[in-house]
Design a protein around this ligand. Sequence first.
Ligand code: NAI
Ligand code: MG
Length: 475
Amino acid sequence: MFEYAPAPESREIVDIKPSYGLFIGGEWVDSQGDTHHKTINPASEEVLAEVAWATEADVDRAVQAARTAFTTWSALPGSERAKYIFRIARIIQERSRELAILETLDNGKPIRESRDVDLPLVAAHFFYYAGWADKLGYAGFGPDPRPLGVAGQVIPWNFPLLMLAWKIAPALACGNTVVLKPAETTPLTALAFADICRQADLPPGVVNIVTGAGETGAALVNHPGVDKVAFTGSTEVGRMIARSVAGTGKKLSLELGGKAANIVFEDAALDQAVEGIVNGIFFNQGHVCCAGSRLLVQESVADEVLDALKRRLSTLRLGDPMDKNTDIGAINSAAQLAKIRELAEAGVNEGAERWSPACPIPERGFWFPPTVFTGVAQSHRIAREEIFGPVLSVLTFRTPAEAVEKANNTPYGLSAGIWTEKGSRILWMADRLRAGVVWANTFNRFDPTSPFGGYKESGYGREGGRHGLEAYLAV
Ligand code: NAI
Ligand code: MG
């Protein structure tokens, strides 16, 4: 074995201010309240900056700014809106190193992922929807589909800038204006995006960013001046939002949790499948709504797959997210770490067998080693509940029908994976899996041209692709 030399990314090109206000009407403004919140680096617990927690009055101001801007923004020809969105996409590319570093500092994800996955996808999303702005009449929603008005958008902490892109790019392309609230633990890239809007000369009020926690989010989704609500986050909060929006006439899209099955058949290329299993659940510390958190492996190859998986996991490097060789970064918050620990303990108490590779854990910050549970029963909490951490539950099956039955035995339905050599089996399985996205011989692969969304408690509405336009048009 070779020793790795440290390969730290430098944070010198990132300029983090000690404190941030709100971005409303194209200006930085102070909150009318006096509550502030420190955002930290979860890998070191170092305070990065202080951000305002927007009050109801602040949210009202942001919605008014978006309302005012809507009149002119929605009246622009699509080709003019496209110019702004293309400009934003290019600035994101130009500033991608800075944004990747900022994301890694605030979120705890490995720099390799924010640099090679998050940022390229963020730019691709803006490029893709910029291209739709002048072609909406050909999208299948009538010759002249109209925007909805002001979109109130609430996003989570697992892919902060990517979720912002998924929300803002289609909204602007369709002619809406937005008020976006980032998650309380990861506001910094959204605030950097506000700066990018200014750099792109986006008309004031088209994009407004209000920081804060659940109360700010609730004030936004409940504001009567909001015409469209888009939420990504927990099923629990999604349910509350669905209840409060019901009967108001606001259009709603929800992207909630998941408990995806990653299904490996005996005829699959097993080495490749093992890479897919690792990518499925250990990418982004497992903080992925579509993570392949349940491995369903055919009984005849279960031992072979598990041996190979454990060998592979023993080579993963956990530690400083800013090191370019790091595979597993920090857990995003103390609260999320507590939740993962609680569920992992429930797994042991319910009788599953827990395994982790030997893995030194840094002293400061929030960490959880890659963990595999075998001997998992369908009734175990670790087989049913979203853990949202680097924890894999392994179940076995004998026949394709049993695999389908077990995969669908969940209240969620966001994604699934199939590993087999047979094309006919892929199609047979994909037809029967109740999941919005089904990957075949790959996992966690994203593309702005492809719609993404769930069935059942995973939510409704689609983001990405032509389908993603519908959420922001009056159709
Ligand atoms: P959360 O659902 O509370 O947070 C997501 C966003 O919603 C944040 O911006 C938050 O400030 C906002 N929010 C919270 N309460 C709100 C309310 N009443 N009205 C409007 N907005 C509100 O999720 P949290 O607490 O960060 O994580 C809890 C669990 O949720 C995780 O352990 C994970 O299982 C799941 N989760 C799933 C995500 C997904 O992408 N599917 C993303 C984040 C969390
Ligand atoms: Mg943070």
